[in-house]
Structure formats: structure tokens, C-alpha cells
Design a protein around this ligand. Sequence first.
Ligand SMILES: [Zn+2]
Length: 283
Amino acid sequence: MSLYFIFTVDGDWDEYFSTELSKAKRRPDKKNLLRLIKHEIKIARSVGGKLLHFVHTSPVDRQYFLQPDFIALWKEIQDIGGSIGVHCHEEDLFSNGRLDDLAMMEQSIRSLTEPLRNEGLSLISYRGGYLAFCKSIIPVLERNGIFFDFSCFPGRYLHYKGKLISDWRGAPKNYYRMCYQDQRKDGKSDIIEISLGKIKQRALYCDITSLSDIWMIARHLAKKEKTSKSDIIVSMLTHTYELASPWKRFRIRTALFICSLYGKFINDKQIPEIVKKKGTRKT
Ligand SMILES: [Zn+2]
């Protein structure tokens, strides 16, 4: 069978995470951010433009990435063979244990999908901020035309102020159709989960994984794919703020090159064709 990678970049910036700052000061520097996203595009060209950039939305600024300069970049990503997706940072909700506040989550998703689709952009993928996910959001994604989720980091769980907001313990390491009752299990929803590539305790999380470990993961996935009864699709993760450093840009480019020796980079629009071939798979 075949091994496929999806290069994903979460569109966050440094100041956003400085929660002690005022809302105004947590907003990004436009010139800098435009420059970093242009670097993303340049690097993505080394894998045929197959970039999935997750556009950030949060209470810090809902309209920020709807500015014409950014929309031009989203269109460029789409033109070179990539896609954009929805990245909701709704920490206000999960800190209050209300990640299942579906009205708010829907509003957050629509704050991007509606205006950006009106611009002719296609959005079919979602990733929660901090990889947070609540099973009750599955129908919300379905009715908003989102059919792929990228929040799964198999084995990960995150406590935030005493609340468990991300629980991926026991989740499959290859793609699966999510279960309405448990996001970590195979089921009958319309949402296909694409997990972060993981072998042993190491993941294709560029920001925190050495190049030798990325190589180890790619090699192991390729080995697994040879005996697997279905294709393997996994994601690789980095963030826009990582693109600020020339050394990190070099690392990302090298990580992409290593993976491309063992598998093929695709965009999210190519997933249905691959999934259709085999239907859902078992772990
Ligand atoms: Zn994020």
C-alpha cells in the first residue's frame, strides 16, 4: 500500500500565547506574519505546494485573517496545490469546561468558513487549538462542510486548569472515521480523522522533534505501510511562528525532504479518493 503525508502549519504567532498582555498587544504584527506565511509557501513548493495552512481564529481578533493581504495568500496556497483549514483557539471555552458549547463553537468555525468560502476558497479541514477536541463537535463540523479533523495526537491528553480538554489516549495511529460517541474510536460519522504521524513516543511534530527522530518515524511508517492492508495517511505539524528562524526553516524543509523519501505529500482534497479505495480501516 502507500504512505501519504499532509504538511500542516497552524497559523499562530508568538504574542498570541502571551496571555498576560492585553488583547490589543496579543494581535499579530501584520508585516511579519505576511512574511512568515510567504516562507511557508516557499517551503511548501519543495513538496509540490502541498501545504495545509490552518487559519487561526480566536476572541483576540476574529477578522484579522480576512484582510485582503491574507486572503491573497490563502488564494496563492490554493493555487499552488495546497489548502487552508479552520483552527479555532477557543481557550475561553475550554478553561470554563464548555468546549461542548456548540453554539459558540459553530460561531467560531463560521467566522472563517463563511467569509472565506465567499472569496472562492475551499475549507474542509479542522484542527482545534492545543489539539483540543470534544466529541459533541462532530455534527457541527458535518453541517458546516468540514470533513477532516487533524486534532488527533495519539496518546496525548492535556489538562488545563483542572479540566481534561484533549484526550487522544488509545486513538488509532492511522486515519479513521470518527465515532459520534467517542472521537478516539472508529465509527459512522462523516468526519475522517487524520492523526499526527507517531511511532513509539516520537511524532512528526517538527517544532519539538529532532531530524533523526523524524527520519526514524518516516522509516518506520514506510515499513508499516509495506505490511498494512490499507494506505497510511498521517500529518506533520509545525506553526507559523517557527518560520521566523532560518535554522528552523531549514529543519522544516529537511523534515519534508526526509518524509518525501518514504511517502508522498498530498493535500486534504485528495484524501477522499484514498479513503474510498479501502473504506475505513482498523488499527
Ligand atoms: Zn494553535
